[in-house]
Design a protein around this ligand. Sequence first.
Ligand code: GLU
Length: 469
Amino acid sequence: MTGPRYRFAPSPTGFFHVGGARTALWNWALARREGGTFVLRIEDTDEARNRPEWTQGIIDALAWIGIHADDPHFEGPYFQSHYAEQHVAAAQRLHAAGAAYYCDMTAADIEARNKADGTQGYQGWSRDRGLGPGEGRVLRFRVPEGSTVVHDQVRGEVTFDNATIEDFVLLRGNGSPMFLLANVVDDLSMGITHVVRAEEHLPNTPKQQMIWQALGHQPPTWAHVPVLVNEQRKKLSKRRDKVALEMYRDEGYLAAAMVNYLMTLGWTPKGGSEIADWANMEADFRLSDVNLSPAFFDLKKLAAFNGEYIRAMSPGAFLDAARPWLTATDAPYPVDRFDETVFLAMAPHIQPRCVTLADAPGLVDFLFQPEVAIDSEAWAKATGTADAVAVFRAASSAYEGLTEWNADALKAALEAAGEAHGLKLGKAQAPVRVAVTGRTVGPPLFESLECLGRDETLRRMRAAGALLA
Ligand code: GLU
């Protein structure tokens, strides 16, 4: 595929962070719209912190949010650890060209020298010593004088005074490449044209741009996207906040809602509505429209998005999405009693009450429990007056004789029973609801009774009626 080449370059050192997911989605939208490529590169060079399961976690999480390895725009995954030789070879070219030099000073040497000179940081002391490679010698980049201007698609022109950038290390004393170098060499060899990544990498960018130029190449187009912050406006952190995308998936957030929400963290779809489908977001997303300020990762708003997506689903799609929760062994009813047909009839009445898919079983449990456990306090309260008892009895006998078992008929019969005793529908419903569902709150009552069916509803009402005697 020709066209621009974007990339996403996560380090597999933990759960997949929601901020990483947003960066990936923005890259994905751009690569697809522009007819380009999205390269996935796993930056697995930190051996102490990498684990293979984190790599699989990244690939699975990307697939969950719609970034599929079988899409023609997708390329990879590549693994940074496979290219160590190239990284070292590039460092040697920089050395040969005079853009880098070896230095044998240890951290302690540098500290002593700083103390003696009243300086801070590494002051280029080995620049002209002509050292060759050797055990314990690091290779440092010779930062030129002047300034470095980074053209950033989100932030505009950012100028760095080179005097504030010390001669940074490219190869460690054991010869292994540093992240800054490996990242550039991979971007270069993978033909990356656009680097869209987290803001925390902006301080690396002037150094990386110098490496690109010293290797004889034009740097890519840069874009540094704003950080995500929590309610206290602190940067989202693994320790403090729920940042793992996998957790949201496992808690019953819908991929489409998550994708929509993540896309809008720092960007608003055209037309002002934040609820937008992928095709529109892919068509509209522009880095130049990204907001510079930190984006608030608002759990309440995410929940609202999810609820909205759940409401918009067809009952069948909702069933498919919620099935893992509805048929889990810890569902609040015996799983073998779960009935898809009954659930599908009830679905439209519970969808408005679900924030996540995990809410579904608790809203339909009474349909599949062999017996409901009546909350005795609720029952006592619902039947606390003579009128309430009378209405319940009248409704029970009206229901026994109903010719049509549907929500309208059930409602009309209860309304009539209530009126006869001066009880509004809300009050009249209470004992019926407790008798049939065990609780005082739940999905719309008459639809619930219709779905539960005549026999079971009447059986439960009779059993509850016996409690009154
Ligand atoms: N591996 C780096 C990280 O996960 C990303 C570097 C980059 O995007 O250039 O933070």
